[in-house]
Design a protein around this ligand. Structure first.
Ligand code: NDP
Ligand code: 2IT
Length: 449
């Protein structure tokens, strides 16, 4: 390995002990930059890798709230303002019990590259809390969100830092967060949060954007290899925002989605999933995916028993991990390849372990990496910000068309960067190199900040 890259990884490991997800994300990017770093010493001279592996600012805070039984609850809140090089800090908020500093930093690090690929003026950030919205009443979620924003508001702003949703944060939570921000600031700053409901300043197609964008990227990648989504069998992990709208676009492109999951298990319906039923269970009732078999007795429910998700043992042409980090391991990859998978598309952030990615690439499986393939969500958030600034709205069709163009362009950026580095077809390295070049140029241009 290049000695400069090796040195920075070693330092990152020493400085960030007990942060395995963060180190994994750093290693995945830095090792893939070798063809570029070998050719140009400007990166080492300007300490670009050292600067890029240190967030600009991290905020950690206490979130006190009272539950429905009158009991005091204390959670931990985070905002990692990773980089403001090319725009205000931008990235989602995650509410999940697994949230910790390592997870927040890995997500913030990924976000800066993803946002650079969109070509839009957005820096990178991530935030959230170890609060678990599952099983909480609307009032409890509201009280939590109000308390969370009572601290966060002083660190954000439409030109400073613009949070949005992620796992456990959807339209309901963004609404409560926005209401509290507006109340504290006594100003209607529409662009301070994205993923807002369309009834008070949100963008049409933001809800659909990440899943739709994933399929646009998949379409371009398959086209490049003389193939298409039409007629393919698809399995999708998760059944949240990204998974549901990935499934919707996959169906509309002529594919058949046969399996979806949640953290307890997966359903397999060989005739094709009834997506309206999934939406009813998840978006309306906030229920569990196994309820699907109550209205579809022909379908099978596979309970998750060990650490691996049963969904990856199902035969498929295209697999779309759309739930969480490290949900697709080497063991799963071997199973998918043995079953003849042709393409993987990462809707979630870092869902595939590094050894599994390597296995797919070595077995000629087309691989659409998260930073590029799930960038449609944040890209549409940037379109929401621009509509808020203009005080104007685009139609659904207008937003979807812009999203399609952005995803098509991101694929081209990944392809061109891989071709130029002599690793055609490796879109994982292509995405990292293309994004890194933009960020490094901006870093050099702005001096030592
Ligand atoms: P949601 O909260 O809407 O859905 C999350 C889904 O993933 C649920 O089905 C959930 O199951 C499952 N899941 C979450 N954590 C775990 C876990 N530890 N193990 C197994 N399953 C889990 O979130 P989103 O759909 O918004 O996000 C999904 C992924 O996509 C995340 O990685 C997120 O970072 C990424 N992403 C999201 C974007 C967005 O715009 N929303 C944009 C780009 C990426 P259960 O209900 O059982 O917990
Ligand atoms: O991971 C992601 O890109 C998101 N959760 C969306 C972030 C955003 O600001 O829309």
């Amino acid at each position: 390995m290049n000695s400069y890259i090796e040195k920075v990884i070693k330092e990152a490991e020493q400085k960030n002990t007990n942060q395995p997800e963060y180190i994994q994300a750093v290693k995945e990017v830095l090792t893939s930059l070798e063809p570029l770093i070998n050719l140009n010493d400007k990166y080492e001279k300007n300490s670009i890798l050292e600067r890029m592996t240190e967030p600009e600012r991290i905020i950690m805070f206490r979130v006190p709230w009272v539950d429905d039984n009158g009991k005091i609850q204390i959670n931990r809140g985070f905002r990692v303002q990773y980089s403001s090089l090319i725009g205000p800090y931008k990235g989602g908020l995650r509410f999940h019990p697994s949230v910790n500093l390592s997870v927040m930093k890995f997500l913030g690090f990924e976000q800066i590259f993803k946002n650079a690929l969109t070509g839009l003026p957005i820096g990178g950030a991530k935030g959230g809390s170890d609060f678990d919205p599952k099983g909480k009443s609307d009032n409890e979620v509201m009280r939590f969100c109000q308390s969370f924003m009572t601290e966060l508001y002083r660190h954000i702003g439409q030109d400073v830092d613009v949070p949005a949703g992620d796992i456990g944060v959807g339209g309901r939570e963004i609404g409560y967060l926005f209401g509290q921000y507006k109340r504290i600031r006594n100003a209607y700053e529409g662009g301070v949060l994205t993923g807002k409901s369309v009834c008070y300043g949100g963008s049409l197609a933001r809800t659909e954007a990440t899943g739709y964008g994933l399929l646009f990227y998949m379409r371009e990648m398959l086209k490049q290899h003389n193939n298409s989504v039409n007629g393919k069998t698809v399995t999708i992990s998760g059944s949240g925002n990204v998974a549901i709208y990935a499934a919707q676009k996959a169906f509309s492109m002529g594919a058949k989605v046969v399996a979806m999951s949640d953290s307890n298990g997966c359903i397999y319906d060989e005739n094709g999933i009834d997506l309206d039923c999934i939406k009813e269970i998840k978006e309306v009732n906030r229920g569990r995916i196994k309820e699907y078999i109550e209205c579809h007795p022909q379908a099978k429910y596979l309970e998750k028993t060990g650490t691996n998700s049963p969904i990856w043992s199902i035969k498929t042409d295209i697999a779309l991990p759309c739930a969480t980090q490290n949900e697709l391991t080497l063991e799963d990859a071997k199973q998918l390849v043995a079953n003849g998978v042709i393409a993987i598309g990462e809707g979630a952030n870092m869902p595939t372990t590094m050894d599994a990615i390597e296995y797919f690439l070595n077995n000629n499986v087309l691989f659409a990496p998260a930073k590029a393939a799930n960038a449609g969500g944040v890209a549409t958030s940037a379109i929401e910000m621009s509509q808020n600034s203009m005080r104007y709205y685009y139609t659904f069709e207008e937003v979807e068309k812009k999203l399609d163009q952005i995803m098509t362009n991101i694929f081209k950026e990944c392809k061109d960067a891989a071709d130029e580095a002599g690793i055609s077809g490796n879109y994982v390295a292509g995405a990292n190199i293309a994004a890194f070049k933009k960020l490094a140029d901006a870093m050099i241009a702005q001096g030592l900040v």
